[in-house]
Design a protein around this ligand. Structure first.
Ligand code: GDP
Length: 556
């Protein structure tokens, strides 16, 4: 009996042990199975987990979808919010192949979210533009049909009136990379306002810098296009304007050419172009293909044009966000550029408590003594508490407990700038207790042209500057303009780097992030000189160049 009893007790013990083990195994396995199933049935959740854990983003929002504490509802909410931010609140179209342009969908992980959402009207204009571009862009039937007609030079009236006819604006480059980016954005706005298709003449030296901005199409002017090399045979807008003025009447439509060259690359001594006038735009809209050359951000000129003004107002209720939106819409670093940008960011900037960008552009190159540059830079950054003073004590003050890292990103053609600054702070305590780390991604020595690697470095610098929390730029430099607008930053403008004028302050903070149009129109459309811009609400003289204007949000 006892033996039997003991045997049955042992059996019971064994089976209860097995049951407990199975129960434990079941509870361990259950969440694993659920998580795995969720991940594979929903690849975008998988993406988030992979993406976010792969990027150590100090100071930047990291989606924590894998966090056990998150309830399903908040998880879904966060996912929706993430999707919204990925597409910049509707600015970007969905449907792109993610792998072909990684930056398009990852950039929001590196930037602070923009407080400026695109207006519904801007979004609708962008979606309509994309449709026109898809219909009329290179490699389409409409493109070949329209181009054939334009080349045969049917005259403006014949071409423009044909219903299936597409109208184009071919952008051609002038000046450095940032000048070009600004003028592309302005030309794109002009294309939207005039229902033209934007084609950019981007050569091999810049082909690989940006992703294609328009879904299922290209914005690059085909190299085989007869408009790749504009010759003497193309009439200029200036000559038509002069003919108009000489006749004191508008030139008849059938006498207009089908192609017109519009040179908006301003200099100080240029004759007035009257591009901001309705009568010029009435004439230009009849020409099916415009070839536009500009190194300028001529958006204020479009804003001054009565027939465009209302539409721009509606597209951009916040007027100082035009490049901010158009730049973020158009310029996505290519995968090659993104590898450089994201690698540099992760290695040097991600974990800093604050990132200060310094853009030092010496227009006179080597003729400016580097010590003078350092003096201007230090007095600007110290006075405005952008950088801390070096402590005179040997050790960090005992009142300062938390040693935080401030990363300083130096963008300059010259190596000495970064080296000097680094040497100044290296292993020396600062009065705030901050640790200053200085990085300079490149130092090209001098500006180069037709050089892909050089432009790649320039684009990397511009983009990294735009990821700063605080930005110091050099006055009149479009390099800084692009960075500040992409990054939603109101920069501190460094004066005196180009001149020895000691009457101006060494630096001052700009009133908006919008780029400056260096050579604004100087006449009203009736030919009277514009004394100041007070008759144009929302236009204000730039702080950094006396001939320039830029858009502001509040009426002046
Ligand atoms: P801006 O002349 O300052 O208005 O700017 P642009 O970009 O139009 O022209 C300057 C050109 O010089 C750039 O495109 C670069 O080729 C080069 N460059 C100037 N500053 C820098 C810099 O800080 N970093 C790099 N990598 N290139 C620069």
């Amino acid at each position: 009996m006892e033996i039997l009893q003991a045997a049955s007790d042992k059996k019971v013990q064994q089976s209860s042990k097995r049951f407990t083990t199975s129960l434990v195994a079941f509870f361990i396995a259950l969440p694993v199975v659920i998580i795995t199933l969720t991940m594979y049935s929903n690849p975008s959740v998988m993406d988030n987990i992979i993406t976010t854990s792969a990027i150590p983003l100090g100071g930047i929002r990291v989606l924590n979808i894998s966090d056990d504490n998150i309830s399903t509802e908040s998880e879904v909410g966060e996912k929706l919010q993430n999707d919204k931010e990925k597409l910049l609140h509707g600015l970007l179209a969905s449907g792109f192949d993610e792998a072909s342009c990684i930056s398009r969908l990852q950039s929001h992980l590196y930037r602070k979210p923009s407080p400026h959402n695109p207006s519904p009207y801007l979004i609708s204009k962008l979606r309509s533009y994309e449709q026109i571009h898809r219909r009329c862009g290179p490699n389409t039937r409409a493109y070949h049909r329209s181009m054939t007609k334009i080349v045969k030079n049917h005259g403006a009236s014949a071409s423009a009136s044909a219903s299936a006819m597409c109208k184009y604006i071919v952008w051609t480059p002038a000046n450095g990379l940032a000048n070009q980016m600004l003028s592309i954005a302005a030309t794109f706005l002009y294309a939207i306002l005039t229902d033209r298709v934007l084609l950019v003449k981007i050569g091999e030296d810049k082909h690989g810098l940006f992703c294609e901005p328009f879904l299922n199409s290209t914005w690059i002017l085909p190299e085989k296009s007869p408009f790749w090399n504009v010759g003497q045979q193309v009439q200029t807008y200036q000559s038509i304007l002069q003919k108009n003025m000489a006749n004191n009447s508008t030139i008849e439509e059938h006498l207009l050419p089908s192609v017109l060259f519009v040179n908006l690359a301003h200099t100080r001594d240029d004759p007035e172009k009257f591009f901001h006038c309705n009568h010029s735009q009435d004439l230009l809209k009849k020409v099916p293909l415009l070839i536009l050359q500009s190194d300028q951000y001529f958006v204020p000129s479009l804003f001054m044009t009565p027939i465009f003004n209302l539409k721009i107002n509606k597209m951009f209720p916040e007027k100082d966000t035009i490049f901010h939106h158009l730049g973020r819409y158009l310029f996505h670093p290519s995968n090659e550029a993104w590898r450089l940008i994201s690698k540099f960011y992760q290695e040097h900037l991600a974990n800093a408590a604050e990132k200060l960008g310094l853009q030092i552009r010496l227009f006179n190159g080597d003729s400016v003594p580097k010590q003078a540059v350092m003096d201007v830079l230090m007095s600007c950054t110290l006075e405005n508490k952008l950088l801390p003073e070096i402590s005179t004590q040997n050790s960090v003050s005992s009142s300062v407990k938390n040693l935080t890292v401030k990363a300083v990103l130096v963008a300059s053609l010259y190596q000495d700038i970064g080296d000097n600054l680094r040497a100044m702070y290296l292993k020396r305590p600062t009065v705030t207790g901050e640790l200053i780390e200085v990085f300079q991604p490149s130092h090209e020595g001098h500006q180069k042209i037709n050089d892909y690697e050089h432009y790649l470095k320039a684009w990397t610098d511009i983009y990294l500057l735009s990821l700063s929390d605080v930005l110091v730029t050099t006055h009149m430099s479009t390099f800084g303009y692009v960075a500040q607008s992409l990054g939603n930053l109101r920069p501190w403008l460094l004066y005196q780097l180009a001149s020895n004028d000691t009457r101006v302050p060494q630096c001052t903070q700009d009133f908006s992030m919008e780029p400056c149009y260096h050579f604004a129109p100087r006449h009203y459309c009736n030919g009277m000189p514009i004394e100041d811009f007070s008759s144009f609400l929302y236009l204000r003289k730039c702080k950094d160049i006396s001939t320039g204007v830029k858009l502001v949000n509040d009426p002046v």
